[in-house]
Design a protein around this ligand. Structure first.
Ligand SMILES: Cc1cc2nc3c(=O)[nH]c(=O)nc-3n(C[C@H](O)[C@H](O)[C@H](O)COP(=O)(O)OP(=O)(O)OC[C@H]3O[C@@H](n4cnc5c(N)ncnc54)[C@H](O)[C@@H]3O)c2cc1C
Length: 380
């Protein structure tokens, strides 16, 4: 039997949960569907810039307190950027960011979203089919069928909603690949300092070591598909080789133990203005290809776009405004907010990211020159 809702939200990660939080008070009957049972792992670097939680806390005030009190996280004051074997460039954060396992972070946001009246959560339901018919959206999942006049696609990098309704196809010019694993028994690290490694072996991309405590970290590598695909790069091999050949990493990882497997996932970059809206749908977060093409950050865009979608829904859904003309206002607002920054970063990545000698030379000069150092920090 098809169950009828006012709204379907596909995906209960930061984007989907934020959309639900911002739709609070609209009196909507919402189906929130996710293929996972929470808390669930999400392949990520786990680095959450301060601005994401700050925005969402306006909609869920208790979240800030919960995050502040949660002990299993690292509070980051700086990032150390290692270019080749030079001394690191230290980037002090104005506001403290955190590194926290997504299993914990996403679960806390979801718990806040599930307090919203009218939300029905369907965990463990993989969306198999999404179709639009007679002005309604129909969703078929592992065991159930749903129907609503509108759907929010917040179902991540492999979004069935984006593929079905926005005709989204992976474009390797605007995509990246990445792998990450958790390690314990590390030495010479500080939970207050994230580490980023740039060298010809990982460009166009970077290697990261994001501490979760004084002895454990999320360690990973991301690279642009423009390089991975034609060169048939095996990211897992590059990851292990990079650790083995880096004297700096060896000084920290010689007795380290891997906790769980090295997992990979896609990075849909915001290096092009993707379609974020249409008749009966809106796309948020990774489903709308909103990952920063320079540093791989996506949680912030997921939260901001989810909240904006929720606000738009609250205003428009009760009035029956569900067509492409109306939902385009959301798309326009998102591109206005993010595109100038993302376009600049995409151009820098395209122009410089594969030129390892130039980056090395800039770093060599930059470390000694305060003006150059600030310019370099802004670029990264
Ligand atoms: C290796 C790696 C490292 C990263 N590091 C960082 C970082 O340090 N900081 C940062 O800000 N960003 C980082 N990102 C990006 C960040 O992970 C994403 O931008 C962010 O998770 C986007 O949130 P979202 O809610 O849009 O999607 P997701 O968090 O992916 O949530 C989507 C949800 O949809 C569900 N779903 C998917 N398919 C279906 C289906 N068929 N049916 C039902 N449900 C479905 C999933 O289970 C999931 O819960 C990284 C990404 C990768 C891959």
């Amino acid at each position: 039997m098809v169950e009828k809702f006012d709204l379907i939200v596909a995906g209960a990660g930061p984007a989907g949960a934020s959309a639900v939080l911002a739709a609070k008070g609209a009196g909507l009957k919402i189906a929130l569907i996710d293929k996972s049972n929470f808390p669930r792992d999400k392949v990520c670097g786990d680095f959450v810039m301060a601005r994401g939680p700050r925005f969402i806390s306006e909609y869920a005030p208790s979240l800030k307190e919960r995050l502040d009190q949660f002990p299993e996280k690292a509070v980051n004051k700086s990032t150390a950027i290692y270019v080749d074997d030079f001394d690191p460039i230290i980037w002090e954060w104005v506001q403290r960011s955190i590194t926290i396992k997504r299993e914990d972070f996403d679960h806390m946001i979801l718990e806040e979203a599930l307090k919203v009246e009218g939300v029905h959560f369907f965990p463990g339901e993989t969306i198999k089919e999404v179709r639009r018919e007679n002005g309604q959206v129909f969703v078929r999942s592992s065991n159930l069928e749903f129907k609503a006049p509108f759907i929010v696609g917040a179902d991540g990098a492999h979004s069935p909603v984006a593929k079905s309704l926005a005709n989204y196809k992976v474009d390797h010019n605007h995509y990246g690949g990445s792998v990450r694993a958790y390690y314990s028994a590390l030495t010479n690290i500080s939970s207050a300092t994230n580490e980023v490694y740039v060298s010809k072996d990982v460009l166009p991309g970077y290697f990261w070591l994001f501490p979760l405590s004084e002895t454990s970290a999320n360690i990973g590598l991301g690279m642009h598909s423009r390089h991975i695909v034609p060169n048939k790069v095996n990211l897992k091999e590059v990851f292990y080789r990079f650790i083995e050949e880096s004297p700096t990493l060896q000084s920290k990882m010689s007795s380290a133990e891997m906790e769980g497997p090295l997992k990979g996932f896609g990075l849909p970059f915001y290096s092009k203005k993707f379609n974020l809206s249409g008749d009966n749908y809106i796309l948020c977060g990774d489903a709308g290809s909103m990952i920063d093409p320079m540093n791989g950050e996506g949680i912030y865009q997921a939260i901001v776009s989810g909240l904006a979608a929720g606000e738009w829904l609250k205003e428009n859904l009760p009035k029956g405004k569900i067509g492409a003309n109306a939902s385009f206002a959301y798309e326009k607002a998102m591109h206005k907010r993010f595109w100038p920054e993302m376009r600049t970063k995409a151009l820098l990545v395209k122009g410089f990211a594969h030129r390892s000698k130039l980056i090395s030379s800039l770093a060599r000069v930059g470390i000694r020159n305060p003006w150059m150092l600030n310019t370099l920090k802004r670029m990264m």
